[in-house]
Write a protein that binds this ligand. Sequence first.
Ligand code: ZN
Length: 411
Amino acid sequence: MGVALAYIGLKPPVSRPPVPPKAEPVSATDQFGMKPDRLTVEIETIKRGDTFSDLLSPFTVGEDAIAQIVEMAKPVFDIRKLQPGKDLHVYHTGDSLRQVAMAVYEADPTRYVVFDFGDSLHARVVEREVRTSSRSISGSIQNSLYETLEDLRVDPFLAVRMSEVYAWQIDFGRLQVGDKFTVAFEENYVDGKRIGLGRVLASKFTHGQKHFEAFLFAEGEREEYFDSEGNSLRKAFLIAPVEYKRISSRYSGRRFHPVQKRYKAHLGTDYAANPGTPIHATGDGTVTDARYGRANGNFVKIRHNGTYSTQYLHMSKIKGGIRPGTPVRQGDVIGYVGSTGLAQGPHVCYRFWKNGRQVDHLREDLPSVDPLPEAAMADFEIHRDRWRAHLAAQEPVLSRGATAASLAPGI
Ligand SMILES: [Zn+2]
């Protein structure tokens, strides 16, 4: 990434000839690459409702010049987008006149806008060079993933990134003490300062007794996460249809029914959630049933393909437009949590059919979408093995939740 992406006006960026040694001290280059010698810099913090001219009103600058420079900036920066709380750095003559030479607005850590009121008015956006480097960490969860990341001095937002990578495999709301992870990820830097996270590159997560590997790999047009066998981590089904508080009843061949007061099979998984919480289709498909039933209450059934169907019971309300024949995509809202029909409290009873038989979806090895084609496997395996070896090297030798950090191999 280079400097000076967009350029308006005739004047090149400020560059001064080498300064010969002088008695008086010369100010160093500031954070905008300016050498404000002979100029004074004042910082105006933008308040709600401040216009560009308001901010420049304590200084000397013509209204015409302001109007012109705002117009010139238009293709690269909309002056109405000055954000309250951010700063406008005003470079002025420092004498009683306080004539404005330049104003700089830092739009975000990666770019700033220079308004040059010099001989030829111009405005330009300067993109700072963002350097990305990869880093790897290993940790084990004592309280929460968030706290573990903070202890490792990593942006805790990495927890969100990891939950996205494993959205189809691991419920990050239910991590357990002792769950372990090793993850390689990118961090972005500007001028040596960390400004945010990049992508997760590879990871191994141990949740309970199970290991989940994830490798970011580009194949054709797509770049996504694959498990060790080249299956996409994206599954045809979400792990749960709702953001839930707890599983109030698991699938079982025999349980005591709290309302009917007798033993019978429970061929579904009950997710207790607040009334009104949106219920999502767990996979792509077509609605085959959407109505009220005496036991099921308001319910929706979806046929996903020749093998799988799912059903969602006890809704307070079926979403408008959801009726037999409606196509749905994974994640679409189809209704809202309630307790209609034979239900003790607000929950979704989620039922899952495979080849016409009801099964426990939590015990099913659910199908992936779009695995890697055979032709890409050789490349993928090289990529995977390299990252595997790298991640293994990060894992602590002592099982004390120790940490390791280093640079990733040149990938
Ligand atoms: Zn149920």
